[in-house]
Design a protein around this ligand. Sequence first.
Ligand SMILES: NC(=O)c1ccc[n+]([C@@H]2O[C@H](COP(=O)([O-])OP(=O)(O)OC[C@H]3O[C@@H](n4cnc5c(N)ncnc54)[C@H](OP(=O)(O)O)[C@@H]3O)[C@@H](O)[C@H]2O)c1
Length: 197
Amino acid sequence: MKKAIIVGSTGVIGKEILKIFRQDYQVVEVNRSSGDFKVDMQDAEAVEQMFQAIGGFDVLIAASGYGKWGTLEEHSIQDFHDGLNSKLMGQVNLVVIGRKYANEGAVFILTSGVLAHQPMIGGLSLAMINAALESFVKGAALELEQGMKINAVSPSFAKETMELMGLDSSTGVPAIEFAKIYKKIIDERKTGQVYQA
Ligand SMILES: NC(=O)c1ccc[n+]([C@@H]2O[C@H](COP(=O)([O-])OP(=O)(O)OC[C@H]3O[C@@H](n4cnc5c(N)ncnc54)[C@H](OP(=O)(O)O)[C@@H]3O)[C@@H](O)[C@H]2O)c1
């Protein structure tokens, strides 16, 4: 059975991805506070140790990471760094370190977000992080070895997240619809793509 590592498997989107991938894959769950491996993806040393322990894998999905929600006025310089270290560099760590351990033809799927292309007041940290992440995916796709592939999913706004935030969720997309795209990416066998979800 092929092995899929899911970082963020307890999240709103990640738990739906988990349900789908469990059907066909041996899944390794990774989060900071629970799972088969408790790892903060922004800690490169811990990420390396995790991959050493897991060994080869066929799919790595990251649906994880933090970026501050708040206006420019509410952002300190440290807030920008915190988001870059978490959502951007955390996912970059998983690819740059993980590719050394990945099986031939492995697929990496990272998660960006709609704010990269549709800025909103309060979303400037995430806009910056998501755009950088998508550019990383396009650049890395040109260089990954051994038939490996890398793509990103750019979710809009999950219905469940809107409900958690106390917002009107009528325009939200159920997280399961995002999760289906992660599976579709594996089947399509493309690389360097950003899938708007
Ligand atoms: N939900 C949306 O509407 C939406 C829209 C656009 C983009 N996105 C993006 O999609 C991704 C997932 O969103 P979500 O709403 O599903 O998130 P969520 O519900 O907050 O869950 C985040 C998941 O990632 C894990 N995690 C967080 N930081 C981590 C780290 N540094 N290292 C390892 N695991 C970490 C969390 O577990 P622990 O807390 O145990 O670590 C949890 O499993 C995020 O990057 C988010 O920006 C979400």
